[in-house]
Every structure is written in structure tokens, then in C-alpha cells.
Write a protein that binds this ligand. Structure first.
Ligand SMILES: *[C@@H]1O[C@H](CO)[C@@H](O)[C@H](O)[C@H]1NC(C)=O
Ligand SMILES: *[C@@H]1O[C@H](CO)[C@@H](O)[C@H](O)[C@H]1NC(C)=O
Ligand SMILES: *[C@@H]1O[C@H](CO)[C@@H](O)[C@H](O)[C@H]1NC(C)=O
Ligand SMILES: *[C@@H]1O[C@H](CO)[C@@H](O)[C@H](O)[C@H]1NC(C)=O
Ligand SMILES: CC(=O)N[C@H]1CO[C@H](CO)[C@@H](O)[C@@H]1O
Length: 356
């Protein structure tokens, strides 16, 4: 797909300069799944992984659903805000001449339902954009920037930009629910090896500041607790999430010795979230196992739809729907990634990464 730049080039240069002066990084590029999607899937006509209907977005003014899987904003928005932007960069797929120059400061490629594997989240028709294709979309942006600014300026610009990536949960959900005969250790190794290839492609395209968040204890999502007679978490999924983080830590350390100038922050979504689940009141949450919006057991047997039950004290819930956090939980995650200590984000946090 070619990006059509239908506005004078001078505008873009102006905007790049302005953004660079105001924010910590000249641009933010967001890749990943529904935890970072700010409306990408609204532009995929056959996608079933959508959130562009009520009660999603209920806490925006006019309660507008935007495609975010949240009652309001998500971690991409809060992180962008902490880095000096108003909110997350807009979906790449929403790119058009009237809106582009106002938005430039990066793009979001994140797509709900997607995974590290190309097959994850796909159905008969195109349901979401896998990570490999998100990186291809970024490479189009890069070649267009290069045509506009020249290769040297583009390289500098991209090397200072932040790439935030939140992905991996959907691959694990699918492996778990497919009763696959592939051994667990082999599944995880193959997942991390595939992630490594994607990250190398991104690094070869000029990314040098990677902000990565690993996978939360997804066995504790309300939708998974429903499968456990005790209402407890599904241990197998939590074990995958924990092991994935350890493998990512090794991978990132290795990549930083292979790619000159690479700086990264690795957020430990497992630690961050389990910490809240075990001690909710310290974070002002009162509900960590039930979904705010849904129906059935734990309010988690169905997705959040206009006919679902909706909680009123949404800031006290960890989970918005059967899979996704509330705006309050997304905000806590962003604040922790940005300013948290080594228990939660290593080797440096996002604030340090932005300035590195
Ligand atoms: C451009 O995108 C914005 C936001 O998605 C939308 O509101 C507007 O209608 C679009 N304009 C055109 C000409 O497609
Ligand atoms: C996986 O196994 C469980 C329990 O044995 C079963 O209920 C479920 O239908 C199976 N799922 C698939 C996709 O085969
Ligand atoms: C269900 O939850 C209990 C804790 O309440 C836990 O001990 C058990 O391992 C869980 N079952 C599965 C299948 O993970
Ligand atoms: C919890 O709420 C209290 C009272 O509103 C506030 O002072 C405190 O900062 C909150 N704690 C967190 C971790 O948000
Ligand atoms: C202005 C410009 O360089 N446009 C290019 C954007 O990227 C696509 C795909 O590489 C090209 O086809 C356009 O010419």
C-alpha cells in the first residue's frame, strides 16, 4: 500500500521540527495487539476483533467508542502523554492528507487479536494485522520519510524515536486453547525466535530505542478464571507469561550487543500485574477477578457489548472486559513503565530511555 502524501513537503518538515522540540522523542511508533490498538481494526472491514461499539469508550466525553479495548484510554495513550504528546499516535491505517500533518509524531500499527506468529488471530477473512505486517507498514513510512527528508536525516530521526511494542498474549491464548501437541518448551522457544526475527527486521530499518512490555499473567484474565472451577488463575498460562519474560530479557541483552546504539527498556508485565492482583487495595482496586463489562460468571462469559452488565466504579476494577484492563489499570502500567524501578522495568525505565 502506498502512502499518499497529498500536502506540501514543507509542512512535514515544520511539524517534525515542532514535535521534536516539545516532546522527549521526535516520534513514537506503536506496534502490538489490543493492549495498544487505538483503532487500527476499525479500518479492517472483515475484522471481528473490534471495540468500536459501546460500552467501550464510555468514560470519554460523549462516551464515544474509538476502537480502544478499554472504558477510556490505554497504555499507549498514557505513555505518549508522559513523553510529551497529547495521546497515542493515530493508526497508520487512518492516514489521510487532512489529518496526517497534525498527527505526525509517529503512527500506531497495533492491531487487536494479532500476535508474533502470522497465523495468530486470523480467521477466514482478514481479522487483524500480524506483527510482521505491522513492521512492513512501518517500512513504508520509513521509505516515504527518506524520500522527503533524505536518508541521513531519516536515520537520525528514527534512531531517536521510541518504538513501543506490546505483543505475545494472543499467541499464548491460541496455543493453550488449541490443545496443541507441540511441547510447551518448543512453543515458547519458537515464539521467542520468531520475535527475535521481527525485532531484527525493525532494527535493520533503523529503530534504536525499543520499549517492550512482556506478557501479563494472562491466566488471571476473567475469561480464563471462568475455566477454573475455583475461580483461580490458569497456572499454565501464567507459567508461559513468566517464562516468556525471562527469555525476552536474555534476547534483549543479546540484541544490544549485536546492534550498535540499541537502547531498550523491558517492562515486566508479569510482575507489575501480579503485584496488583496480590495487593489490590494498595493500588485502590477492589475487584481484580471480575470484569466490569460483560455477562455471566465473573461477568466474563461474553464480551462487553451494549446489552452487557456494566459496573459503576470502573476505576476500582482491574479488568474492563473478559480480557482487557480498565483505563485505570492501563494508566498504572504506563506510569510504572515510565518511572518504575528495576523490579518492574530493566535495565532502564522509559523516562531514561527517552533521554538516552
Ligand atoms: C481523515 O481521517 C480523520 C480521522 O480518521 C477523519 O475524521 C476524516 O474524515 C478523514 N478525512 C478524509 C478526507 O478521509
Ligand atoms: C481442548 O481440550 C479441552 C479439554 O479436554 C476441550 O474441552 C476442548 O474442546 C479442546 N479444544 C480444542 C480446540 O480441541
Ligand atoms: C485453579 O486455581 C487454583 C487456585 O484457586 C489452582 O491451584 C489451580 O492450579 C488452578 N487450575 C488450573 C488448571 O490452573
Ligand atoms: C489511592 O487513593 C487515595 C485517595 O484517593 C490517594 O491518595 C492515593 O494516592 C491512591 N493510591 C494510588 C496508588 O493510586
Ligand atoms: C512521496 C513518496 O515517497 N511516496 C512513496 C511512499 O512509499 C511508497 C511505497 O514505498 C511509494 O510507492 C511512494 O512513492
Amino acid at each position: 500500500m502506498a502512502i499518499k502524501w497529498r500536502f506540501p513537503l514543507v509542512f512535514l518538515s515544520l511539524v517534525l521540527a515542532v514535535n521534536g522540540a516539545e516532546a522527549d522523542v521526535p516520534a513514537i511508533f506503536i506496534l502490538g495487539d489490543s493492549t495498544a490498538d487505538v483503532g487500527t481494526n476499525n479500518f479492517l472491514p472483515s475484522s471481528m476483533s473490534r471495540a468500536d461499539f459501546p460500552y467501550n469508550g464510555i468514560d470519554f466525553s460523549n462516551s464515544t467508542p474509538t476502537g480502544r479495548f478499554s472504558n477510556g484510554l490505554n497504555t499507549a495513550d498514557f505513555l505518549a502523554n508522559l513523553l510529551g504528546y497529547e495521546e497515542s499516535p493515530k493508526p497508520f491505517l487512518s492516514l489521510n492528507s487532512s489529518s496526517l500533518f497534525k498527527w505526525f509524531g509517529g503512527f500506531s500499527f497495533a492491531s487487536g487479536g494479532s500476535g508474533i506468529f502470522d497465523t495468530t488471530g486470523q480467521r477466514i477473512n482478514k481479522n487483524c494485522i500480524p506483527l510482521a505486517e505491522q513492521i512492513q507498514q512501518f517500512s513504508l513510512v520509513r521509505s516515504n520519510l527518506s524520500a522527503l527528508m533524505g536518508p541521513v536525516a531519516t536515520e537520525t530521526y528514527l534512531s531517536k524515536s521510541l518504538f513501543f511494542i506490546s505483543i505475545g498474549s494472543n499467541d499464548m491464548f491460541e496455543y493453550y486453547s488449541s490443545n496443541s501437541s507441540i511441547p510447551k518448551e518448543q512453543f515458547l522457544s519458537s515464539l521467542v525466535a520468531t520475535y527475535e526475527n521481527h525485532l531484527k527486521t525493525l532494527l535493520n530499518l533503523g529503530a534504536r530505542k525499543l520499549g517492550i512490555i512482556s506478557v501479563a499473567p494472562i491466566g488471571c484474565c476473567p475469561s480464563l478464571r471462568v475455566l477454573n472451577a475455583t475461580g483461580g488463575c490458569i497456572e499454565e498460562l501464567n507459567d508461559h507469561a513468566k517464562a516468556f519474560h525471562s527469555k525476552l530479557a536474555v534476547l534483549m541483552n543479546k540484541l544490544s550487543s549485536e546492534f550498535e546504539g540499541l537502547k531498550y527498556s523491558l517492562g515486566n508485565a508479569f510482575e507489575m500485574t501480579i503485584n496488583v492482583i496480590q495487593n489490590p487495595l494498595a493500588f485502590n482496586f477492589t475487584q481484580v477477578d471480575t470484569a466490569c463489562c460483560g455477562t455471566g460468571k465473573l461477568n466474563a462469559e461474553n464480551f462487553c457489548k451494549p446489552d452487557a452488565n456494566l459496573c459503576t466504579n470502573r476505576d476500582q476494577y482491574l479488568f474492563w472486559d473478559r480480557f482487557h484492563p480498565t483505563q485505570a489499570a492501563y494508566k498504572l502500567a504506563a506510569v510504572t513503565l515510565y518511572g518504575g524501578g528495576p523490579q518492574f522495568v530493566t535495565p532502564i525505565n522509559f523516562a531514561q530511555l527517552a533521554k538516552a
